[in-house]
Design a protein around this ligand. Structure first.
Ligand code: PLP
Length: 403
């Protein structure tokens, strides 16, 4: 607990939420799959951790260290509570990428028979694809690619056949970060367990919107990231029934001094998500549906990607035939912040591996836009963003026909 109850920041707070008027001058933020703004309530907890509880959580022989250690353990409990896990299952990491690497490496080292076999789809996040690639190079792991359909849905019959042939680790994300398709990970984990395979679930995008009950599931490795949950960047967790003791043999450099402010932020973000997730999901989905209806009505030929019957509540992934996304973004970027795909794909201007894997045509890939709504998105913002996108697409199309 904080050692001081005095107002620690002096008369002028160092941080306060943006007044709405200030935010209104910024483009409408519809890129929540990339990262989320920090919730002011999370920021308050982080600042208190920085300013008041600055002790080293490992220095428990003094009062400052003890206070910091207690705060760390409280955060661990909040993370565990979000997904109905035991707090001893929670290992803190710098984010999902590190947690995924840790999980894949751990699973590889656990296996007694070789070669280690991993089954996954090509729709997994780059962090999983890279970790699996590393396992292939370092441990000679064999990869089975699981087919998907045009909405990104997994071919369960193929998975069953692969499990029968022998798989050690199945990696299926809880929801895709581009097209929003949600996967029945608890059911898949149960099937994997029946065949003796471990299951890694990258829940980076889904943890703030969907319910998970790890105490009732057969998921072996579950991954979350603070900055996708309205927490600060640089904190995440691997939640696993595997003993945390075994992590230290993999990450020999850990555990160093923990990133207490980040971990406190992650914990508070998880506490808020546990309390508000259902209401957030309902409200955000209705805004997303409204945005979709505006765009479908205003843009002839618009295609909605992903599994529309079960997709993340905050996700709207569209493809605009005959309207290249870079031209649309160039016209709208002062009004609305959207993305053409996953951060790494858009950063390096590579075609999106997800859109390629679902077999989207080249023209539709060129016109792909990912719109991601969030906890603070408002109806006027949606109306404003939709009007800007509709008029930009009309302008791009008419300038292309004039050429
Ligand atoms: N997995 C998914 C599905 C993601 O969307 C991301 C980030 O975009 C990651 C993993 C990597 O997360 P982090 O930035 O915490 O390393």
């Amino acid at each position: 607990m904080p050692l001081s109850t005095k107002a620690p920041l002096g008369p002028e707070p160092l941080w306060k939420p943006h007044p709405r008027s200030q935010v209104a001058r910024l483009p409408v933020y519809l890129d929540h799959h990339s990262t989320t703004p920090v919730d002011p309530r999370v920021a308050k907890a982080v600042i208190a951790a920085i300013m008041e509880t600055f002790g080293n959580p490992h220095a428990t022989e003094n009062a400052y260290g003890t206070a910091a250690s207690e705060l760390l353990e409280l955060a661990r409990k909040k993370v565990a509570d979000l997904v109905l896990a035991d707090r001893s299952w929670v290992s803190f990491t710098s984010g999902s990428t590190e947690a995924i690497r840790l999980a894949v490496e751990h699973a590889c080292r656990q296996a007694t028979d070789k070669p280690f076999r991993i089954a996954l789809t090509r729709l997994e996040h780059r962090a999983v694809l890279d970790a699996v690639q590393h396992a292939a190079l370092e441990h000679g792991a064999e990869i089975t690619w699981l087919p998907v359909d045009g909405a990104g849905r997994l071919d369960r019959a193929f998975l069953t056949a692969a499990l029968r042939r022998g798989v050690h680790l199945v990696c299926v994300m809880a929801a895709n970060n581009e097209i929003g398709t949600v996967y029945p990970v608890q059911a898949i984990a149960a099937e994997a367990r029946q065949h003796g395979a471990a299951m890694l679930v990258d829940a980076t995008q889904a943890a703030g919107l969907r319910e998970f009950r790890l105490n009732e599931s057969e998921i072996d490795y579950f991954v979350i990231s603070s900055h996708k949950l309205y927490g600060p960047k640089g904190a995440g967790a691997l939640i696993s029934t595997a003993s945390p003791v075994s992590w230290s043999s993999i990450l020999w450099a850990r555990p160093g001094t923990p990133n207490l402010p980040g971990i406190v932020g992650l914990g508070e973000a998880c506490r808020l998500a546990a309390n508000e997730r259902a209401e957030d999901a309902r409200r955000i989905a209705s805004l997303r549906d409204w945005l979709q209806s505006l765009l479908v009505a205003g843009i002839p030929g618009l295609v909605v990607n992903g599994a529309t019957e079960d997709r993340l509540e905050n996700n709207l992934h569209i493809a605009l035939p005959d309207a290249p996304n870079d031209a649309v973004i160039a016209r709208t970027q002062a009004i609305v912040a959207v993305s053409t795909g996953s951060a790494c794909a858009s950063g390096s201007h590579q075609p999106s591996h997800v859109l390629q894997a679902i077999g989207l045509s080249a023209d539709l890939q060129d016109g792909a836009l990912r719109l991601g709504l969030g906890r603070f998105t408002t109806l006027p913002e949606i109306d404003h963003a939709a009007a800007a996108i509709i008029s930009a697409v009309a302008d791009v199309r008419s300038s292309m026909t004039r050429q």
